[in-house]
Structure formats: C-alpha cells, structure tokens
Design a protein around this ligand. Structure first.
Ligand code: EPU
Length: 418
C-alpha cells in the first residue's frame, strides 16, 4: 500500500502539462470495439482505470499495447462478449462497455456494477436506452444478460442527463439500423470527444455538447487515430493546489472553456487567473475569501468531481461557503478527514457549510475515494507540518503520478510503499 507524505506550506511554482481526460479515454477505449482493426488513442493517461479498461479489451480478445502516451487497440480478433466479475469490480465504469459490446457482437453479459464509494450507482437509464433500441435484457443473480438480433434506432429521452447512459446509448446507436435521437443528453466535453472519435471512425453523430444528440447508425466503421481531450478535473485539482499552497503556476495543454464554472469560483475567491490559448496561469497574491454557494450540476454547471478539491480550498478561505452536492448521494466522505486537519465543516444532507479557519494542521489521512483523496492532497499542501495521505490507490485511479507533477511544481511530497 502506498502513502503520500506531504510537507505543507511550500508555495508551488513552475509549469506542468495536464494529462488526457480519464473520463474521455474510458468510453473511447470501449468505442474502439465498434470497428474492426487497430485504433491509436493518443494523450491517453496512465491510470489504473485505463489499465482496467485495457484488461477488459484484452479479455475480449483484442490486442492492447501502450507506447508512451498512446494506447493501440486492435479489435480484429474479438471473440468474447462477457466481462468477468473481477474486472467489473476493478472499475465501476466498466458498464460503459455494455453498449459497445452489444453494438459489435449483438450480445453482452456482465455483472451488475452495484454501488460504490459515492453511493448507489443505478444503471436504469443505461438499460432503458438499450431496451428502446431493441435489446432484450435479463437481470438474473446480479448478472445483466443482453441480446439483440437487430439493434434499431429509437427516440430516447433520458430522465436525467446521465453521462454514462448518454455514452452507452451513443455506442449502441452507432451500430443500430436507422436514426437514434437522445433527448436530455449529457453535454459534458467528454461526450463531444466521444462523438469526435466515433465520427473519425465513420459514424454519423451530431449534436454532442447540446441536449439532443442524433446518430445515424449502421455506417461502415473503420479504425482511426484520436487525441483525447485534456482532463478538466485534473486541471481543476492543480488550480486548487496552488490556491491552498500559494505560488504561481502555469498549466499547459488545457481547454479553459471546459473549466469556466471552476475558474469563476476560484477567481471569485481571489485566485488570480490568466488564460492564454491552451495555458492557464494561476497565482495566489493574497488570502482567499468565501464564495457564493457552490452547487454541483451537470455540465456546464459546477462539476461534482471538483467539489472536494474546491472544498479543501474554501476550508481556509475567510468567511462561510455553502456547498450543495446535487449529483451523488455520498460525496462528502472527505469532510471527516478535513475536520481532522482542523477544518470547520458541517454536513446536513446535500449541504456542507464550510467556515474558513486561518490554517489547517497536518494529520494522517485516509483517501475515501478518487476526488476526496485528491482534496486531501490539496489540503495537505497548504497545511502546517507533514501529512500522510493513505490509500493512494484511489487517487491513482484518476491522476497520472500526482506526486511527480507536484514535485515539478516544487512541492515536498514523496510516495512511500508501506
Ligand atoms: N444515475 C441514475 N441512473 C442511471 C445512471 C445515473 O440514477 O442509469 C444517477 C447516478 O446515480 C448519479 C447521477 O445520475 O446520481 C449522475 O450519474 P452519471 O451517470 O452522470 O455519472 P457516471 O456516468 O456514472 C461520470 C463520471 C464521473 C462523474 C459523473 C458526473 C466517468 C467514467 N465517470 O459518471 O466521474 O462524477 O459522470 O459528472 O465518466 C470521477 O471521475 O471521479 C467520477 C466519479
């Protein structure tokens, strides 16, 4: 088990390039199944979740190889359509393979993903979208068994703009006869990236980024090369790190428009931000102050994935900041750990009330989940003394060697295997 030892109170300075987006890379790796042959996915981050996606592809019969930041997937010899329980449990978002496997093979079998550290994670919207396209779905003994003699285009209206359900519907619709319209679709940048990948493979998908996506299915699909978009949540996390630790950093290779809601909150708190092309410069000139309520919402609203790191920032900002978590039921598990560092935070249901304190103190902390763990690293960078962040495996699911990037910025951080 690895732990991160972090000596807080050292300002961050310098520049780093931001990794490719985990939440784009995963559905795109699944989407490689829809064409036969070798795809090259570039700017593909080295993460545990990406490795798990690679293991699933290999299990299905694909050849998977990494070279630098590129992952090659050759789907020619795909010969299975099931995902074993062990691989499903490695990564909850494996459910994204459902639409792609059904699209390619006409059948799929996997275990139900179940809940996770963020609370219950139902997939009813994924399944009803697939059913609308003619997929027969049996749910037996924790397994989902899908069969479709022929996938057909459908009008799908999602009750909530779920990211995963939108992606699964897009993947299956690419292989379906006729036109599919997804209404109330998620509008996240990762959905646009998936559309761009599918279109580069010969699909005809329009409207991603709006709440109506149209797919003309059953086109001839071929492999392609694709560059994954930058990771907006990793970028947001590094901005929070400088907001806590102080200093002056430059993030390179970012798309700042994907970060509008986060940038406006951090600017309101007093972080000085300057966007130029694909770089963001962030400098902490003075102490930060409270911001108006931070309400997590589907994109372009404030992202739930940035809630925990921004809370770590507001823990030492002057005044009281209210957070409202509207996306997941159980996304305040980092709060108990921040309180151990001296933060003044009260949670009531969806609401967290954060009263800024002058400083946090070091502590031994448990990462509770991916973004909660990242928030503890952010808080530790600004705290007095040496903190120890345990269960780093959660953080490794979404951040490409977080300590290497922070070391480049001058942080005093080291990974210790215990
Ligand atoms: N939901 C349902 N039924 C469904 C699907 C979703 O009720 O069939 C509910 C969920 O329970 C949740 C809400 O809808 O309360 C939002 O879920 P969504 O489906 O949009 O999320 P997801 O696709 O499971 C992706 C990201 C998450 C990110 C969310 C929201 C990936 C691999 N994961 O999850 O990323 O928080 O969208 O933006 O793309 C992370 O990176 O740390 C992470 C958790």
């Amino acid at each position: 088990m690895s732990v991160l030892k972090i000596e807080g109170g050292r300002p961050l300075n310098g520049k780093i390039k931001v990794q490719g987006a985990k939440n784009s890379a995963l559905p795109i790796l699944a989407a490689t199944l829809l064409s036969r042959g070798g795809c090259e996915i570039r700017n593909c981050p080295r993460l545990k979740d990406v490795e798990s996606a690679g293991k699933i592809l290999a299990y299905l019969g694909c050849r998977v190889k990494r070279d630098g930041d590129a992952v090659f997937v050759d789907t020619t010899d795909l010969d299975r359509f099931d995902i074993p329980d062990g691989l499903m449990r490695e990564m909850r978002s494996s459910v994204i393979f459902l639409g792609a496997i059904v699209g390619r093979a006409g059948e799929a079998k996997m275990s139900y993903p179940g809940g996770c550290e963020l609370g219950p994670r139902p997939i009813d919207l994924h399944l009803s979208a697939l059913r609308a396209m003619g997929v027969d779905i049996q749910e037996e003994g924790g397994m989902i068994i899908c069969k479709a003699d022929k996938l057909k285009g459908a009008n799908i209206s999602l009750a909530f703009p779920s990211v995963g359900a939108t992606e699964n519907a897009m993947l299956a619709a690419t292989a379906a006869e006729g036109t599919t319209r997804i209404q109330n679709a998620a509008t996240e940048p990762e959905i646009v990236d998936l559309q761009d990948f599918l279109n580069a493979c010969g699909a005809v998908v329009r409207g991603a980024g709006t709440n109506m996506i149209e797919i003309q299915g059953a086109r001839n699909m071929y492999p392609c090369k694709h560059d994954v978009i930058p990771d907006r949540i990793a970028a947001a996390t590094f901005l929070c790190a400088v907001a806590c630790a102080g200093g002056d950093i430059r993030l390179e290779g970012v798309n700042s428009t994907h970060l509008d809601s986060v940038l406006s909150i951090l600017a309101e708190a007093g972080l000085r931000l300057e966007v130029r092309g694909d770089t963001i410069r962030a400098a902490k000139i003075s102490g930060l102050a409270r911001v108006g309520p931070v309400r997590t919402m589907p994109y372009p609203g404030f992202p739930t994935d940035a809630q925990a790191p921004v809370m770590a920032v507001m823990a030492t900002a002057r005044g009281c900041t209210i957070f409202v978590e509207n996306i997941f039921d159980n996304r305040y598990r980092h709060v108990g750990e921040l309180i151990r560092m001296g933060a003044d935070i009260r949670v009531e249901g969806k609401v967290a009330i954060v009263n800024g304190v002058p400083t946090l103190s070091s502590a031994t902390l448990n990462s509770t989940d991916l973004r909660g763990g990242a928030a503890l690293v952010v808080a530790a960078l600004g705290a007095e003394g040496e903190s120890c962040v345990c269960d780093v495996n959660h953080i490794d699911r979404g951040y490409e060697s977080v300590e290497t990037a922070l070391l480049e910025l001058g942080a005093k951080i080291k990974r210790v295997d215990e």
